[in-house]
Structures are given as structure tokens and as C-alpha cells.
Design a protein around this ligand. Structure first.
Ligand code: FRU
Length: 484
């Protein structure tokens, strides 16, 4: 298995075979986390979109289920959302309640169409998501005359006693509401001149309320995908922090503030799980670990694309304002194996701190870098993260090589860029490695960098101080394994 399929991750969700992109319909229902996804089961490149489907109880061990939605006469099934209708407000799921899935119907193109004509559809399930029935009145929300009208996120808004739908309207999002989930009324739009834009539509919005850590306040977060000009050219995920009154989202920050959920190349179309029970209380998020400019060319076998590791989101006050912070889900701890503790104290240039760790592993460090120093983490021989302190600032450089002889991949996949981390301070670092990815969370998860890696085999990995010196306050490696 490993030999023919060296990149199939051990801990990241992948489709059994075929092509996958965005996570869809993330919902917790009757003890299970549901994960649907944009799926082309007949090929390893994007094609007629289905909703693939899997369930898990721990967010890390997934059971594949039959396809939830397949294209029909109305068209393909693009991205969307799922949510419980426990009180049968739609009248579709009966007194026991059930699940609703809102998705974009992408119809066949006619002459002159630049994109697939899009409208919003509804399907529902009364058996825990095993079988889905299309709503007879589809489309539940017809297209108001836009080329890009897709990726509905729907949730129940208790204060206004309405369902809310956030959906892409070109380079904006539209907010609609409905008392019964069937009859939708336009309320407002958000996005003109706000945050980052490129020449293409925003995609995959998400909107949710989140507490401000350590206070009695809360804010609303609006997440949207940028297709081609994110922090680094390619696909990426930005967010806005603001208020929502049931009809309108108002940005707390100035319109030109751009906040990125991830600074890597491979974190897109992220969505959060709906209906996570209050006693759990987490806001859980998942992203598609790829990037449109080379997504169809990545060098995997009979499957293509993995999801990020599920993470929790928290909103914390920082010197720059409220910022989302991410952490890997605690469920991972059940798979962590004996750690290798690194010696603490001052470490000088040329010192190798660790090498040759397992193919799925977690590195956790707390450190302080001296001026002029560099710590290099190479998860493979073809990529590295370099944490540095230069001219009184901390920074992170990400370099990735690797060519496979396929033009789109070779042109867009390699990179070399930096991220400014601000004034020097002690930093925490949490790095999760799997067979084709590195997810780096820095500074208590305030900065995240998710990168695909298609490196050498066997891996040449190392952690070394390249220049200057640092003080290691704490450090260890954990192997991640599914066997006891
Ligand atoms: C985002 C996206 C969505 C669309 C889906 C189609 O990656 O382009 O906007 O619904 O993928 O697969």
C-alpha cells in the first residue's frame, strides 16, 4: 500500500478513490459528525459534481457512506451546507426531525453561458443522512440573474426565529432569510470594497457567532474563499469579524482590513460544523487541502485531494484586534505515541535538534529566537519552514520545490515567500505532518500555514538551528499512529 500510494495520508480525510474538493454539509447529528464533499467518483480530476459522504465519532476515523447527492436532470450538485431541522419547520422531515442539505444546482451550460447556471436546491433526510430526498419544489431559491450564485450556508437564527442563508453573489455575499426554510427573502449583501478580491467570484461563505475568549461578548465571523489572489497567489480563505442582527452583517474593521484564516497555499473552501452540541461548545473547522491552480495535477494515485485536520476556532483579543486562533482537535491525543523530548536551554548554530521522525508526527515547541537567528524545519528534503528574527521582527519563510513534469503543477506549486509575525516574543509552534502535508500553527494558533508536500521517499526531515541561537523553553516530538 505505502509503496504504490506513498502520499495517502494516515490522519487526513481522503476520498476512497476519485476526485474531491470542498467540504460540504458539515453537521453533527445524532452522535455523528457528517462530512460531505465535492466528489467526482469516476475520475481523479474535477468533473460532474456529486456529494460524497462519510461519518465519524472522533473527527479522525471516518466511515465512508454511499454518495449523498448525485447529479440529476436539473444539474450537478455544487457546494453547500447541512443543518438539522429538529422542529420540522420545513414540514418535510416529520415530528422526529431530520437533516436539511442546501446545495447549488449547477445546470448544463447553453450556448453563450460562461459558467454553469446556478440556483439553490434542497434535499432532506430522516434517517441520519443515509438517504436523501430532493425537495419537490426545487430550486428553493432561483437565480436572480447572476453568473455566480452559489455555495449556500444555512443556519437557524434563534433571536430572529428565521433560517439564514449566506450565498455568493459574484464578488459579494447575499444574506437571505426564511421562516420555513422554503420561501426565501433577500435581506442584504456584503462585500463591495471589503477585504480581499480578485477578478473571480467569492466562494464558499460561512457565517457564525463565536464568543470572544475571556469575556461575555461575542462576534460574528464571515468566512469567504478567494480563488486566485489570496495571501500568496492561488486559492485562500479570508474572514471578517463583525456583527449580525439577523438581516445584515456589519464589519467591525475598516473595509481595507484583510484577515487570512491561513497563510499557506493549501487551505480553501473552509466550513465549520453545524449543530455541535452546546455541552461540546467547539466551533470546528475543516478546509480543503489544495489550491485550484494545481489541484488537478497533484501526484497522487487513484484519489486526489485531502482535507485539513479538523481544528477548533477561538476568537481572542490581540494587539491588532480580535483574531481567530486555531488548534488541532483534542481527539488527536488518542493517537499520539511516546514522545521524544528535546533538551531545553540555549541552542546554537549548526545544532541538529531532531531528524527522521515518523511519517505522521507532531512537533511542539516553545522558543525564543535571538536577533539574527534562523530555525529551519524541513519536513521533507524539498520543503522547509524557516523561522527567523531579523531587524527586530519575527518572520516565517516557506519554501517548497518539487516539479513533476506537468506544466500547471510545475508553474504554480513551487514557492518561496515570507510572513511577518511582528515584534519578537516567545513563540509556540505546533506542526502536524502527514504523508502529503504540513500544517503549522504558530503563536497559540494565531498564524496558520497549511502546505501540501510531495517530497522525497524515504523522507529526509530535520530540525536545525541554521544561524544565531535560540532558547528552547520546551520541545517534543510525538509519533501519530493508528495501532495501539
Ligand atoms: C470552490 C467551488 C465552489 C463550487 C465548487 C464546485 O472550490 O468552486 O464555488 O460550488 O467548488 O465543485
Amino acid at each position: 500500500m505505502t509503496k504504490q500510494d506513498p502520499y495517502r495520508p494516515l490522519f487526513h480525510f481522503t476520498p476512497p478513490f476519485g476526485w474531491m474538493n470542498d467540504p460540504n454539509g458539515l453537521v453533527y447529528h445524532r452522535g455523528e459528525f457528517h462530512l460531505c464533499y465535492q466528489y467526482h467518483p469516476m475520475d481523479t480530476v474535477w468533473g460532474p459534481m456529486h456529494w460524497g459522504h462519510a461519518v465519524s465519532r472522533d473527527l479522525l476515523s471516518w466511515e465512508h457512506l454511499p454518495i449523498a447527492l448525485a447529479p440529476d436532470a436539473a444539474g450537478m450538485c455544487f457546494s453547500g451546507t447541512a443543518t438539522a431541522d429538529a422542529a420540522n419547520r420545513t414540514g418535510l422531515v416529520g415530528p422526529e426531525g431530520g437533516l436539511l442539505a442546501y446545495y447549488t444546482i449547477a445546470a448544463e451550460k447553453s450556448e453563450g453561458d460562461r459558467d454553469f447556471p446556478q440556483s439553490q436546491g434542497l434535499a432532506y433526510s430522516i434517517d441520519g443522512g443515509r438517504r436523501w430526498q430532493r425537495y419537490a419544489g426545487n430550486p428553493v431559491l432561483p437565480n436572480p440573474g447572476l453568473q455566480d450564485f452559489r455555495d449556500p450556508k444555512v443556519f437557524w437564527h434563534e433571536p430572529s426565529q428565521h433560517w439564514i442563508m449566506v450565498v455568493t453573489l459574484g464578488q459579494k455575499v447575499g444574506i437571505y432569510r426564511s421562516a420555513d426554510g422554503l420561501d426565501w427573502r433577500f435581506c442584504s449583501e456584503f462585500g463591495e470594497g471589503e477585504g480581499a478580491h480578485d477578478h473571480l467570484a467569492w466562494e464558499c461563505p460561512d457565517l457564525f457567532e463565536i464568543p470572544v475568549a475571556g469575556s461575555d461578548e461575542s462576534r460574528w465571523i464571515l468566512i469567504v474563499g478567494i480563488q486566485r489572489q489570496a495571501y500568496v497567489p492561488g486559492s485562500g480563505t479570508q474572514y471578517f469579524v463583525g456583527r449580525f442582527d439577523g438581516e445584515r452583517f456589519v464589519n467591525d474593521n475598516t473595509a481595507d482590513t484583510v484577515l487570512w484564516l491561513d497563510y499557506g497555499r493549501d487551505y480553501y473552501a473552509s466550513q465549520t460544523w453545524a449543530d455541535v452540541p452546546a455541552e461540546d461548545g467547539r466551533r470546528l473547522v475543516l478546509g480543503w487541502m489544495s489550491c485550484w491552480p494545481y489541484a488537478n495535477q497533484t501526484p497522487t494515485a487513484n484519489w486526489r485531494s485531502a482535507m485539513s485536520l479538523p481544528q477548533t476556532l477561538t476568537l481572542k483579543a490581540t494587539d491588532q484586534g480580535l483574531r481567530l486562533h486555531r488548534a488541532f482537535v483534542a481527539e488527536l491525543e488518542a493517537f499520539e505515541r511516546p514522545e521524544r523530548v528535546l533538551a531545553c536551554g540555549e541552542v546554537g548554530a549548526g545544532e541538529l535538534l531532531a531528524a527522521d521522525w515518523p511519517e505522521a508526527a507532531r512537533l511542539q515547541l516553545a522558543l525564543e529566537l535571538a536577533e539574527g537567528s534562523e530555525l529551519r524545519i524541513s519536513p521533507t528534503g524539498e520543503a522547509d519552514f524557516i523561522l527567523f528574527r531579523r531587524d527586530g521582527r519575527l518572520g516565517l519563510r516557506s519554501r517548497r520545490r518539487g516539479r513533476i513534469g506537468v506544466a500547471e503543477f510545475d508553474e504554480h506549486y513551487p514557492h518561496d515567500y515570507e510572513l511577518d509575525l511582528g515584534a519578537p516574543r516567545p513563540l509556540s509552534l505546533d506542526l502536524l505532518l502527514d504523508r502529503c502535508s504540513a500544517e503549522l500553527l504558530l503563536d497559540d494558533g494565531r498564524y496558520g500555514m497549511t502546505q501540501l508536500l510531495f517530497g522525497d521517499s524515504p523522507r529526509r526531515c530535520r530540525l536545525a538551528v541554521e544561524r544565531g541561537s535560540l532558547v528552547l523553553e520546551q520541545g517534543h516530538w510525538l509519533g501519530l499512529s493508528r495501532s495501539a
